[in-house]
Design a protein around this ligand. Structure first.
Ligand code: G6Q
Length: 535
């Protein structure tokens, strides 16, 4: 973070420590309009934040001092900004619906992107129309996506989000965990002759994915014989050699590129299972939503730019108020997995403690992300948000229209959404409690301090387009924060050490003879205890 500018911004924040949302709204009848902005079908109302127009201006200086505009251009133009892996970061090219070329090392990547999208669309249509038949001549009814992390969370979350657009005769399943239960329970639900396995792995070496894929293949061979593999397995990968070695015809491999990060890969071939479910047309609408938000992000001034505003508000609370987490609260059951998806997007990107020069950072970086769909969360953890001792900024996400307009469910759902932001902002004073006749000894317990900051994101309806724009909004928000914190958001070295140690431990768990254990006393004891129980 630029320390000189942050010192000034931080002084501005401290000078406004006593901001009170009741007073701010009372003194400015125009506040909601002033702090509402729109893009790509989304309205962001950020008026219930601890901000004034001056403070927002001050926060914007932080973005400018971080050279954000130049970084946005670098992102979109394919500069190798993933410096620790020496790679471009071009998820925006995947949904570039313009005719503009995008260059990586002098080569326009757009023709390849369009070719793969075309191949995905053709294959998806074959499967959807029942023209891609299984080994025994039956049409495909179940698709099992085998992948993990970025090769799972995106399509799994999006499939759930876009269920109303999915073909009902085609069921998608997602197997990610190396825990055999995940695979076993999924295989119980599908019939070998009507199942297509989509093995999604950028590297095609990931332990969990390869273990699941190998055992899924063994299951299929057990049911239908070895020749069946070709009709029942396809791959999404950058590693053609490993795909072929696994036994998948390279013609049935859908490629992507090293400049697509796992957690940013939903709109690459990683979205193949999703495309089979919702169809190529809806997938294009999804791309359109992403593209609209990309355009907004890369062209609109910072003070009206949704991802930039949300990023700055996050920095206000993380760095200005010491908030450790933020909650994402979708008032839509279809978005139930969205918080889990954002956990990876945000925490893997910005969970860093070393800056771009390799020095220890001196201010907090990525927050803890968590959340559950409303209204369930209201009956569980909202108590802490309302009356606990921690500051938890929240994003409320909702839609004006439901896909399931049954009775008054939707009005009730959204009434709760709006009411929660009102309650969090304005609370209830002791005087109000007393005026209601609350017994004196209960007044402290029934008082709500309020002043809890929230954003509200509202769109007309959850569609492929608004959904794509929503995901892009958070992608860019995370990017902006990474730039301001001066960290690298596109690597994930923090996941490596555990992987390496696990392979050592694996050998010790499965060794026939008692292995000499050279770990610490705790790890040694755990391994010994496990081996004894398994003996
Ligand atoms: C995401 C990460 C990580 C990755 C998985 C799966 O940004 O890179 O979650 O997606 O480890 O990797 P493979 O696709 O190579 O199996």
């Amino acid at each position: 973070m630029n320390h000189d500018v942050w010192s000034a911004v931080s002084a501005d924040i401290n000078a406004r420590r006593n901001l009170n949302l009741r007073e701010l709204f009372a003194h400015d009848p125009d506040r909601a309009r002033r702090f509402t902005t729109e893009a790509a079908g989304w309205t962001l109302d950020y008026s219930k934040n601890l901000i004034t127009p001056d403070l927002m201006k001050s926060l914007v200086t932080l973005a400018k001092a971080s050279d954000l505009k130049r970084w946005i251009d670098a992102l979109f133009s394919g500069e190798a900004i993933n410096a620790t892996e020496n790679r471009s970061v071009l998820h925006t090219a995947l949904r570039n619906l313009s005719t503009n070329p995008v260059f990586v090392n002098g080569n326009d990547v757009m023709p390849d992107i369009r070719e793969v999208l075309g191949k995905m669309a053709a294959f998806s249509e074959l499967v959807r129309k029942g023209k891609w038949l299984g080994h025994t001549g039956k049409r495909i009814k179940s698709i099992v996506n085998i992948g993990i992390g970025g090769s799972d969370l995106g399509p799994a979350m999006a499939y759930q989000a876009l269920k109303p657009y999915a073909k009902s005769s085609l069921k998608l399943y997602f197997v990610s965990n190396v825990d055999a239960t995940h695979l076993a329970e999924t295989l119980k639900k599908v019939k070998a002759g009507q199942t297509l396995f989509v093995v999604v792995s950028k590297t095609f070496t990931t332990q969990e994915t390869m273990t699941n894929a190998e055992n899924a293949r063994a299951w299929l061979i057990g049911k239908l014989g070895r020749e069946a593999v070709a009709r029942h397995f396809v791959a999404v990968s950058t590693n053609a050699e490993a795909v072929e070695a696994f036994g998948i015809d390279p013609a049935n491999m859908f490629g992507f590129w090293d400049w697509v990060g796992g957690r940013y890969s939903l709109t690459s071939a990683v979205g193949l299972s999703l495309m089979m479910a919702i169809g190529a047309k809806n997938f294009t609408k999804l791309l359109k939503g992403y593209y609209k938000m990309d355009r907004h992000f890369s062209t609109v001034p910072f003070d009206r730019n949704l991802p930039v505003i949300m990023a700055l508000l996050g920095i206000l609370y993380s760095n200005g108020y010491g908030a450790e987490s933020y909650a994402v609260l979708p008032y839509d059951q279809y978005l139930a997995r969205f918080p889990a998806y954002l956990q990876q997007l945000d925490m893997e990107s910005n969970g860093k403690s070393v800056d771009r020069d390799g020095r220890r950072v001196t201010s907090a970086t990525g927050p803890i992300v968590w959340g559950e769909p409303g209204t369930n969360g209201q009956h569980a953890f909202y108590q802490l948000i309302h009356q606990g001792t921690r500051l938890i900024p929240c994003d409320f996400i909702g839609f004006c229209k439901s896909h399931n307009p049954i009775g008054d469910h939707h009005d009730k759902l959204m009434a709760n959404c709006f009411a929660q932001t009102e309650a969090l902002a304005f609370g209830k004073t002791a005087a109000e409690c007393r005026a209601e006749g609350v017994p004196e000894e209960l007044v402290p317990h029934k008082t709500f301090e309020g002043n809890h900051p929230t954003n509200t994101l509202l769109a007309d309806k959850l569609t492929p387009e608004t959904f794509g724009a929503l995901v892009a909004l958070y992608e860019h928000k995370v990017f902006v924060q990474g730039i301001i914190w001066n960290i690298f958001s596109f690597d994930q070295w923090g996941v490596e050490l555990g992987k390496v140690l696990a392979s050592k431990v694996l050998a010790e768990l499965s060794a026939k003879d008692t292995p000499p254990l050279k770990h610490d006393s705790s790890t040694n004891a755990l391994i010994t205890r496990y081996r004894e129980a398994r003996a």
